[in-house]
Design a protein around this ligand. Structure first.
Ligand SMILES: Nc1nc2c(c(=O)[nH]1)N[C@H]1C(S)=C(S)[C@@H](COP(=O)(O)O)O[C@H]1N2
Ligand SMILES: [Mo]
Length: 438
């Protein structure tokens, strides 16, 4: 069987766009010879049913199951990358390895973390959350008392405003999806709606904002408009079914679905209702993108519509010609993802990817599309739309909007935030994938 039999197996299907993209529904109707298309000669020549002998691990009983499951030792290389592995007294960032994961939520051990003065070692029995300021009745909660309120669960992504900042580089960095986009993760969060607690405390008419403060040594704090607090803000205590990870805010954090990661204050100890924002350093400086002419946004709350391809992506070698599924992640602060288009020729032609159900608002949506790699050069790109009608800007559009200043690195890296343009992966003839601008 020759390599080219893989191409013949899709003969009857009409491509959905140039360079090997197909419509997933037509593709999955049946009759597609996948085994042939995924390098059939390897499957049929080196493996057959008779060759299934007992492997060494089948010869004796297995190991005892422990009280808390650890993943297979063969998965130990699936890890976050860390900017400050020894926890020196400065900011630390751990990035999610999106190219090693699939689906729509991030395992707790691989959720990204940004901590500016280290996760505190909080005793949950001693921890308190206070709600005070412009309220009729200040309240103070223990974890136990909060747990007796009506609880809710929802999927939501959290993304740092600085995620994708390497994309501001004037030249494409030789980086993988984890380095470029690893500061976003998605989880199912459970907790108490903030509106439930605020209504109980009684909101004074003069209250317009709240200041949320963490109990880390830095006491990171951010101002949040009361409208968001009463909309879908949550005091989250559980992450994917278990208590929050220490790095993600144990035992409680503020969750503001779709809003800038930094506002999702971890190790939350205080919510003060006020009539104007605090203008803390994070809202007034760090996370206020600079615009052409030297002005800056006053506030930038939304993590706007974005998508990127996780498979294939740099570090994942395409071992042979033939069928591959292109898949990736899309999300938007404005609600649900409505459409993702994928290109295999650097944006010349586009095909619509399938969105994996359920498509939830302000959460990761997984998109998938069949791709037949003929072994020639290809540049893979995705572009997402959300239900509010927003679309990812092109790279040149967003770079122009932020101006040249956004592209000159300072001591903190690239000064601008909130890059949501497309990402391009170039596949070369040997099957290697590389980050490029297209
Ligand atoms: N108290 C406190 N809250 C914090 C931070 C912090 O350092 N201290 N980091 C913020 C930043 S910059 C981001 S992007 C998000 C990241 O959330 P995660 O670490 O759970 O992914 O938490 C935010 N909340
Ligand atoms: Mo952040």
């Amino acid at each position: 069987m020759s390599k080219h039999s893989s191409i013949d197996s899709f003969r009857d299907l009409r491509p959905a766009a140039a360079n090997g993209l197909y419509d997933r529904r037509a593709f999955l109707k049946g009759g597609t010879a996948f085994a042939t298309a995924i390098g059939g000669y390897t499957l049929s020549e080196t493996l057959n049913a008779q060759s299934l002998v007992d492997d060494p691990w089948s010869a004796s009983a297995g190991t005892p199951t422990g009280p808390y499951e650890a993943r297979s030792r063969f998965e130990n290389s699936v890890v976050r990358t860390m900017t400050n592995p020894n926890g020196e007294p400065r900011s630390q960032q751990s990035r999610t390895p999106h190219h090693m994961l699939d689906g729509t939520f991030t395992p707790n051990g691989l959720h990204f973390v940004i901590s500016r003065s280290g996760p505190p070692d909080i005793d949950p029995d001693q921890h308190r959350l206070a709600i005070h300021g412009l309220v009729k009745q200040p309240l103070i909660f223990t974890l136990d008392s909060l747990m007796r309120y009506p609880m809710v669960s929802r999927m939501a992504f959290v993304e740092c405003g600085g995620n994708s900042a390497p994309m501001w580089s004037p030249e494409p960095l030789d980086a993988n999806v984890q380095a470029l986009h690893g500061l976003v993760s998605s989880a199912e969060w459970s907790g108490v709606m903030l509106s439930t607690l605020l209504e109980e405390a009684g909101i004074e008419p003069s209250a317009k904002w709240l200041i949320a403060e963490g109990s880390d040594s830095l006491a990171l704090h951010r101002s949040v408009p009361l409208s968001k607090a009463l909309d879908d803000a949550m005091i989250a205590m559980y992450q994917n079914g278990e208590r929050l990870m220490p790095g993600n805010g144990y035992p409680m954090r503020l969750l503001l679905p779709g809003w800038e990661g930094n506002m999702n204050v971890k190790w939350l100890r205080r919510i003060e209702l006020v009539d104007q924002p605090a203008m803390s350093i994070y809202e007034a400086r760090t996370y206020a993108p600079i615009l052409p002419g030297g002005k800056a946004y006053q506030f930038y709350f939304l993590q706007e519509v974005k998508s990127f391809i996780t498979h294939p992506s740099p570090g994942l070698l395409l071992s042979d010609h033939g069928f591959y599924e292109i898949s990736g992640i899309a999300y938007s602060a404005n609600g649900r993802i409505s459409k993702v288009m994928v290109s295999a020729d650097g944006g010349e032609s586009w095909a619509e990817a399938e969105l994996q159900a359920p498509v939830l608002p302000k959460a990761f949506t997984r998109f998938r599309i069949p791709w037949q790699w003929d072994g020639g050069p290809a540049v893979l790109q995705s572009r997402a739309w959300d239900e509010a009608g927003y679309v990812q800007p092109t790279r040149s559009e967003i770079v122009a909007a932020r101006g040249e200043a956004s592209r000159v690195p300072n001591v903190n890296g690239f000064p601008s935030q909130h890059y949501n343009g497309p990402t391009s992966w170039q596949v070369n003839q040997t099957g290697e994938v590389k980050h490029v601008y297209a």
